[in-house]
Write a protein that binds this ligand. Structure first.
Ligand code: DGY
Length: 322
């Protein structure tokens, strides 16, 4: 029997690509260049399954492919705002994502941003590298204390809870959260996390970390008005999706000292970075590294394949979204 035809949109870890080659008639992307909308649409016409990731917009237009052969889209990533889920559902396509396996690494990265932004790690590193450092001084590069401060989490899903775990037990931080779909009380009680409105959280937190999905529902959730609610010394962390924050409004708040600093792993329109960020010393900028560890990326790939295999076997994949 012919092996199922599978198209993978980006280069994956070698270990998982070996599994793909062994089990499917697979088209890999050795050159790792993002596919065009036409190529994605063609993939839906010619393959049984498409395995995209955050850099591939699977829009309603792409999903209008005729004739449609691929009835499975296995997203490599937990976030799926790159896929028009309603359009996929309307076309009878099963869509899956990769939750759980990247929770710890993404939470670690959020803490990296928080600590780096608080303690001027980016600015300090640039200072040393440019040979500008003249020696220790009591008033040099004074950052914000992290231990014992208040952390506000907007969105309290798996990754936010893992950040709260690190912040509360590791750094003695007080945890506030807002979420329209809060986790079970046992989870938040263990972290001594207090639910409140987003408005109160923005007013009370020393650090605000974003953990909500991107897309229409959370577009520019943090805009000029929300930034104005934050304390002048507060720090904003975004390891979720770039469009949750109005980047122009954030640049203005950072430039005018309305908030102290920011740590960003994601950007509106990435990989394009708004020039306004580049000359600001009080923002730490990372290239979407949340899940970027070897073991996590392998686990993400394997999770996509578990979902694909379940689908091909006529079972419901564990991470089925629609
Ligand atoms: C995720 O898994 O959502 C990461 O942000 C990469 O897409």
């Amino acid at each position: 029997m012919a092996k199922p035809r599978v198209i993978v949109t980006r280069k994956w870890p070698a270990e998982v690509e070996a599994e793909l080659k062994a089990n499917y008639d697979v088209q890999l992307n050795e050159r790792d260049i993002a596919m065009t909308a036409d190529a994605l649409q063609d993939a839906l016409r010619t393959a049984d399954a498409l395995l995209p990731t955050v850099t591939d917009p699977i829009t309603a237009d792409v999903l209008s492919a005729e004739p449609l052969r691929a009835k499975f889209i296995g997203n490599f990533g937990v976030g799926y705002n790159n896929i028009d889920i309603d359009a996929a559902k309307a076309r009878g396509i099963t869509v899956t994502n990769t939750p759980d396996v990247l929770t710890d690494c993404t939470a670690d990265l959020a803490m990296t941003l928080l600590l780096s932004a608080a303690r001027s790690a980016g600015e300090g590193e640039r200072h040393v590298r440019s040979r500008s450092w003249t020696g220790w001084r009591p008033t040099h590069m004074i950052g914000a204390k992290v231990t014992g401060q208040t952390l506000g989490l907007i969105g309290m899903g798996r990754i936010a809870c893992a950040v709260a775990e690190r912040a509360h037990f590791g750094f003695g931080m007080t945890i506030l959260f807002s979420d329209p779909y809060p986790p079970p009380v046992e989870v938040t009680a263990r972290l001594n996390a207090k639910e409140c409105t987003t408005e109160k959280l923005l007013k009370d937190a020393d650090f605000v970390s974003l953990h909500c999905p991107g897309g229409a529902e959370t577009f520019h959730l943090i805009d000029t008005a929300e930034l104005k609610l934050m304390k002048p010394g507060a720090i904003l962390i975004n390891s979720a999706r770039g469009d949750v924050v109005n980047n122009e409004a954030l640049i203005s708040a950072l430039r005018n000292g309305e908030i102290a600093a920011a740590g960003l792993d994601v950007f509106e329109g990435e990989p394009h970075i708004n020039d306004g960020f580049l000359d600001l010393e009080n923002v730490v900028l990372l290239p979407h590294l949340g899940s970027a560890t070897h073991s996590t990326r392998i686990a993400m790939g394997k999770r996509v394949l578990q979902n694909l295999n379940a689908y091909l076997a006529g079972k419901t994949p564990r991470d089925k979204l629609v």
